[in-house]
Design a protein around this ligand. Structure first.
Ligand code: ARG
Length: 455
């Protein structure tokens, strides 16, 4: 390509080292669409002739079709996808192909390609998140009244409904969607026409190109246009949060599936056995999702580190953005793809959850609230209930079956109705504060989330 300036060809190892086609070929569609828009703009501005433009557009459309069908494969001897498309075009249509690169540089070309690629992929990821949220919501609806211990510090804390617990994840994934949509909005400005770094002397129409490529506008500083990769960092950050949420959920599913908990059982289709221990049923999918989270965090650190020392404008270092970005995209998609059906087919075991909720004094707060309602200050009630719990532990009983006379030895504010007041059903049923754990509150959350999904 730069034969004019150079006396000899690139060393073959240096050539391999320098080349990016083995990964940036993923963006062939975006590269070709960008080139078609560019050719049409050049013709509209009379920078190239209408005939040359027609030949270029036909040639590029043919290349796109042949790459889609597999009739044409990438030439790995080319440095990158941009060089490949241009060389193939010129091979097909001759001299007109050589006019395509007027008023353009690979620097603005790659910047526009990555944005369009990420725009498409982000849409796919939003669709996968919506499916997952919908599966979580269906499970939550079925478990709106299923009582389970809620935990803090992984110690049984207060009774909650399992539907409520599941809906916490629906809220996280809903925020993930809004983060992707937010980042997509900020990214959707076309850098095309920034050229190498300084813009161009040709009378181009950047806004026309931007419109053809469905951008909301153009970037307003050509140096920033070609050197900005903030949007990659923003998206990988959003992907990292998706993975963090999936990983926390995975961790819980792994715990819940253990023989110690037995709160849920994963479908055989999403578990594996052991090669030696015949009794085993392992939550490999959840474990792998948890493991792959580290990979996406690594991709984020790659990008941040890659960019931190780069002087303006383009530097070849930036070629390294794509493998990290593509890896993060692929990983998130793969994880969401198995996670949603794993949740959909997960069997919940309400009896085991209820049994666990009956142990661990998780209605102690409600007992303190009982005394507070009778007029005792909360701190005093808290202390008395603490003493009662200690007494129960000594007597090997729980709050629900400690005899009345033992209660009244602490304070005569206790009456028979306390047993009803501290039943697990009352504990969750009365937590009607907005966003609380009562079945009615879970219903309201489900209505809200389904409303958001249908927007
Ligand atoms: N393959 C390059 C990349 O991915 C394209 C831009 C190359 N520009 C340049 N001046 N070498 O970053």
């Amino acid at each position: 390509m730069w034969a004019g300036r150079f006396a000899k060809a690139l060393d073959s190892k240096a050539d391999d080292f320098n080349s990016s086609i083995r990964f940036d070929c993923k963006m062939y569609k975006q590269d070709i669409m960008g080139s078609i828009a560019h050719a049409e703009m050049l013709a509209a501005q009379k920078i190239i002739s209408a005939e040359d433009c027609d030949a270029i557009v036909d040639g590029l459309s043919g290349i796109l079709e042949d790459l889609n069908s597999g009739a044409l494969s990438f030439d790995m001897a080319c440095e990158d996808i941009h060089m490949f498309v241009e060389a193939e075009l010129t091979r097909r249509i001759g001299d007109a192909g050589k006019r395509l690169h007027t008023a353009r540089s690979r620097n603005d070309q790659v910047a526009v390609d990555v944005r369009m690629y990420l725009r498409d992929e982000a849409q796919d990821i939003v669709a996968l998140l919506k499916q997952l949220i919908s599966d979580i919501t269906d499970q939550a609806e079925a478990c709106r009244g299923v009582i389970v211990p809620g935990y803090t510090h992984l110690q049984r804390a207060q009774p909650i409904t399992f539907g409520h617990h599941l809906m916490a994840y629906a809220m996280m994934f809903l925020r993930d969607i809004s983060r992707l949509e937010d980042a997509a909005k900020r990214m959707n400005y076309s850098p095309l026409g920034s050229c190498a770094l300084a813009g161009t002397t040709y009378h181009t129409n950047r806004r026309m190109e931007a419109e053809k490529l469905h951008f909301d506008g153009i970037t307003l500083n050509s140096i920033d246009g070609v050197s900005d990769r903030d949007f990659c960092v923003e998206f990988i950050s959003a992907f990292s949060l998706i993975m963090m949420h999936l990983s926390r959920f995975s961790e819980e599913i792994i715990l819940w599936s253990s023989w110690e908990f037995r709160y849920v059982e994963l479908d055989d289709a999403y578990t594996t056995g052991s090669s030696i221990m015949p009794q085993k049923k392992n939550s490999d999918m959840a474990e792998l999702v948890r493991g792959k989270t580290g990979r996406v965090y690594g991709d984020l650190i790659t990008l941040l580190t890659l960019m931190k020392g780069l002087p303006l404008a383009y530097n070849k270092d930036m070629q390294e953005d794509k493998e990290a970005l593509f890896d993060a995209i692929e990983t998130v998609k793969m994880c969401l793809d198995v996670f949603a059906p794993m949740i959909r087919t997960m069997k919940v075991k309400p009896d085991n959850m209820y049994k666990a909720a009956q142990e661990g004094f998780i209605n102690a707060t409600d007992l303190a609230d009982y005394l507070t309602r009778e007029g005792m200050p909360f701190r005093a009630a808290y202390k008395i209930v603490g003493e009662i719990v200690a007494e129960c532990i000594q007597k090997h009983c729980v709050l629900d079956n400690l005899p009345m006379e033992d209660y009244r030895a602490h304070t005569d504010l206790f009456e028979e109705d306390l047993y009803e007041e501290i039943s697990l059903e009352t504990c969750v049923g009365k937590r009607i504060s907005e966003g609380g754990t009562s079945p009615e509150s879970v219903d309201a959350q489900i209505v809200y989330v389904r409303g958001e999904l249908s927007k």
